[in-house]
Ligand binder design. Structure first.
Ligand code: NAD
Length: 430
C-alpha cells in the first residue's frame, strides 16, 4: 500500500518504519526540517532500540522516504496516518490544532479515494471533527473515509511492541476502511478488534487511564506499607497472582510520567467534564501520582537530614528506562525541588542527557554512575535502567561521602544493600 505517516515522532516514525518493513511504500512526513534532514541521512532524532537499523534497511530498499512536503505526500498516498502531537493545553484539554492543520492540508490535496487514519491519541469525537473539516474544506464529491487506529506501543520497546501488539484496534465507519486496515495489519497476526470510530477513541483513553489507575493504586498501597512497615512488593505479588488483577503495572515508585499517561489522563478528565461527567476517580489518580514526588522528597530529607549545600547524586533522568524521553519525567520536578532547597545536583542517564541538558539548569552531568557517586552525600535512583541494577555497590560505597541510597524505583534488595553498610530507603518497603 502507498502510505503517508504525518508526524515523525515516537509513534509516526516507528509506525512508518514498521509499515515499510512489511513491504508497504511509506512516506514519513514532518514539519520539523531538522528532523527530516537528519532522517534523510538515516539518523533517527530519538533513541529507540532497533529503530535506526529498521530505518536504514527500508531506506535502502526504497520502501521508506522522508519529506516535509505534506501536500505531495498526500497526493501520492492512499492511506494517511495522522501521528502528530496532541499536547495538553494549560487546562489539561488536548490541543488538537496540529491534527486540524493536517486535516486541512489533506482536504485540499484529495485527488482520489483516501483513508485518513487517526493514530495520535485524541479525545472521543475527534474523528467526527476531522470528517467535518475534510467535508468543508475539500472539493465537492471528494472521496474519503476517516478511521481510528490508536497506538499502544511503549517508548523503550516501541519497535517490538508495534510488531507484536496484544491487539490492533480499528475504529471504522465503512466496510471499505475496515478491509484496507485489516489487510494492512494482517501480517502482524495479532487479534484485530473492529469497532466504531468513537469506541476506538475511547478505548485508547480508557486503556491509558486504567493503567495509570493501577500505578496510583499501588502507590497508595505503598503509603500504607510505609506507615506499617509492610512490604508493597509482597502485597503486589499476593494480589497480582489473581488473574482478574494481573501482575503487570503493580510497581510502587515516584509516579508515572512521560508524554502519554499524564496528558491522556488530563485529556480524558476534561472531555468527560465537557460531556457532563465528573470523572472523580481519575482526578484521584492524578493527585496520588503528584503526591508520590513529595513522598520521595520527604524520604530524601529524612535520610540526609539538611538538604541545603548537600551534594545529591541522581541516577536516571528519563521518565522510564530504555528511552531518552524527558517529557513529564518525575526527575525534573524532584531535581528542581532539591535545588530550590539549596542542594547541588550531579546526574547521569545512559541516554537522556542530551535532552535533559536542555531542560535542567545548574546540574553537573557526569560521564557515568560512578562519577555521580564521587563526593555525593547520597544517591537517588529515579529511573530503573538495568545498568543501575548491576552497579558495583562496594565501589559506589567507597565513592559516596555518606553511604546513603534513596531508591525511588525499588531496584535493590534492601537486605543485601543494608548488609553492605548502606542506609537504604525505598518506596513502600521496610
Ligand atoms: P512526538 O512529539 O514525538 O511527534 C510528533 C511529531 O509531529 C513531531 O515530530 C512534530 O514535529 C510533528 N508535527 C506536528 N505538526 C505537524 C504537521 N502539521 N505536519 C507534520 N508533522 C507535524 O509525539 P509522539 O510521542 O510520537 O506522539 C504522537 C501522538 O501519539 C500523540 O497523540 C501521543 O499521545 C500518541 N501516542 C504516543 C505514544 C508514545 O509512547 N510516545 C504512544 C501511543 C500514542
Amino acid at each position: 500500500m502507498k502510505i503517508a505517516v504525518v508526524g515523525s515522532g515516537y509513534v509516526g516514525l516507528v509506525s512508518g518504519a514498521c509499515f515499510a518493513n512489511l513491504g508497504n511504500e511509506v512516506i514519513s512526513v514532518d514539519i520539523d526540517k531538522s528532523k527530516i534532514a537528519s532522517l534523510k541521512k538515516g539518523i533517527p532524532p530519538i533513541y529507540e532500540p532497533g529503530l535506526e537499523e529498521l530505518i536504514r534497511h527500508n531506506m535502502k530498499r526504497k520502501t521508506l522516504s522522508f519529506t516535509t512536503d505534506l501536500r505531495s505526500a498526500v497526493r501520492r498516498s492512499d492511506v494517511i496516518f495522522i501521528a502528530v502531537g496532541t499536547p495538553p493545553r494549560p487546562n489539561g484539554e488536548a490541543d488538537l490544532s496540529y491534527v486540524e492543520d493536517v486535516a486541512l492540508t489533506i482536504a485540499k490535496e484529495i485527488n482520489r479515494y483516501k483513508l485518513i487514519v487517526e493514530k495520535s491519541t485524541v479525545p472521543v469525537q475527534t474523528g467526527e471533527r476531522i470528517a467535518q473539516t475534510l467535508r468543508r474544506a475539500a472539493k465537492k464529491g471528494a472521496d474519503f473515509d476517516v478511521a481510528s487506529n490508536p497506538e499502544f506501543l511503549r517508548e523503550g520497546s516501541a519497535v517490538r511492541d508495534f510488531r507484536n501488539p496484544d491487539r490492533v484496534i480499528l475504529g471504522v465507519e465503512s466496510k471499505r476502511a475496515e478491509k484496507i486496515l485489516c489487510e494492512l495489519y494482517k501480517p502482524l497476526k495479532a487479534p484485530i478488534v473492529v469497532t466504531d470510530l468513537k469506541s476506538a477513541e475511547i478505548i485508547k483513553h480508557a486503556s491509558n487511564s486504567f493503567l495509570a489507575t493501577k500505578i496510583s493504586f499501588m502507590n497508595a498501597i505503598s503509603r500504607i506499607c510505609d506507615a506499617t512497615n509492610a512490604d508493597v512488593e509482597q502485597v503486589a505479588q499476593g494480589i497480582g497472582l489473581d488473574k482478574r488483577i494481573g501482575k503487570d503495572f503493580l510497581n510502587a515508585g515516584i509516579g508515572f510520567g512521560g508524554f502519554c499517561f499524564p496528558k491522556d489522563l488530563a485529556a480524558f478528565i476534561r472531555i468527560s467534564e465537557k460531556l457532563g461527567y465528573d470523572f472523580e476517580l481519575l482526578k484521584a489518580v492524578e493527585r496520588i501520582n503528584e503526591g508520590q514526588k513529595a513522598v520521595f522528597l520527604k524520604k530524601v530529607e529524612e535520610a540526609i537530614w539538611n538538604i541545603p549545600s548537600k551534594v545529591i547524586g541522581v541516577l536516571g533522568l528519563s521518565f522510564k528506562p530504555n528511552t531518552d524521553d524527558m517529557r513529564y519525567a518525575p526527575s525534573v520536578d524532584i531535581i528542581a525541588a532539591l535545588q530550590e532547597q539549596g542542594a547541588r545536583i550531579k546526574a547521569f542517564d545512559p541516554h537522556a542527557m542530551p535532552k535533559a541538558k536542555a531542560l535542567l539548569k545548574n546540574v553537573q552531568f557526569c560521564k557515568d554512575s560512578y562519577a555521580v557517586c564521587k563526593g555525593s552525600d547520597c544517591l537517588l535512583i529515579l529511573t530503573e535502567w538495568d545498568e543501575f541494577k548491576e552497579l558495583d555497590l562496594a565501589r559506589v560505597k567507597k565513592l559516596l561521602r555518606q553511604p546513603v541510597i534513596v531508591d525511588g524505583r525499588n531496584i535493590y534488595d534492601p537486605k543485601r544493600v543494608r548488609d553492605m553498610g548502606f542506609k537504604y530507603v525505598s518506596m513502600g518497603r521496610p
